[in-house]
Design a protein around this ligand. Sequence first.
Ligand SMILES: [Zn+2]
Length: 410
Amino acid sequence: MTTMFLFANCAVLDAAQGRLLEGHHVLVEGNRIKEVSDRPLKATAARMIEGRGRTLMPGLCDAHVHVAAVSPDLAALTKWAPSYVTARTAEVLKGMLRRGFTTVRDAGGADYGLADAIAEGYLEGPRLLFSGPALSQTGGHGDQRGKGDNSTDYFCGCVGTLGRVCDGVDAVRRVARDELRKGATQIKIMASGGIASPTDHIANTQYSLEEITAIVEEATAARTYVMAHAYYPNAIRRAIECGVRSIEHGNFIDEPTARLMVQKQAFMVPTLSTYEALAREGVAMGFPPAFADKVQWVRGAALTGLETAHKAGVAIAYGTDLLGAMHRHQALEFTLRREVQTVAEVIQGATVNAAALFNRVGEVGVVAPGALADLLLVDGDPYRDITVLQRPEETFRVIMKDGAMVVDQA
Ligand SMILES: [Zn+2]
């Protein structure tokens, strides 16, 4: 028999409009939302959950995570047994779901094995939209080798390696096809220098236009898209002009580049919380001290980048990019973004905007008939006090994913 739940008398959070719909009733049948109504619904077979005084909202989306980054020392991670990395990834996944994140997009490291294990119930975790390893050029952000290291470890893209090194149009095309063969829901590329890579500068551009174009072509052929790690305007502009759909980080974006992103209907996924967490406690948590200067370099620009993109009207999705034990700060992004965005806009980033970026409009990030039953029943009103989303153990009465109860304290 299909399981049914009836959430009665709730304030339903309408993320698109940025308001609560008081006194609503929501019927869940199987893994979908069947009905949303302002009049009482009858469903004798359903379990009734009283929602008076509570908010029923869509499960949250995080558009930039690395679930397999169980240590902030990414180079060390590649020497660990994949089975050990997987075991520790289970904790990260569980933590995310219990913070209310029911869909996450992995920006490098997760694979079909993890996604299948979650979908089949062997692991507790959010719905996982995985990229496989991120494609990186030699000496790029996905290449963890120091100057004296000539190993080929980074050419395979095994679990535990966040990047896969490949160069040249033919090679990047083959690797993109290979990751799509393994079920990648989107392709991630490193289009500029980054923090946790030993031999590149953050302002570097990476990959030739021909290489990026070839990767976009392959993703498009497979009816998906490319997300690109990029910090500076020239790297962002090159990626966008080649057809990349989302820019990850984007800290140093300028106005003309932001306008180009609007024109091309691209998304930006800032990741303020990782800089904050790395600056506060990164080294204590095992982040290599050699990269600490790079953290400071980008941290100061992160909020300005968000502000520039926001003012230009770029669609912005929620992202965190946390590593190791710092994953516990996943909800910190809500308050960091409040410096620039309204509460309603911040919540849109973690719901409707993320859904649009994922090509999952009407499926995730919304409480509506036909959507997947990813729901949070929350004590309080997130629009009045966004910190209710940062205290899940205290405020989340129900966490439901795919029509199944994860937390049931109704
Ligand atoms: Zn990342």
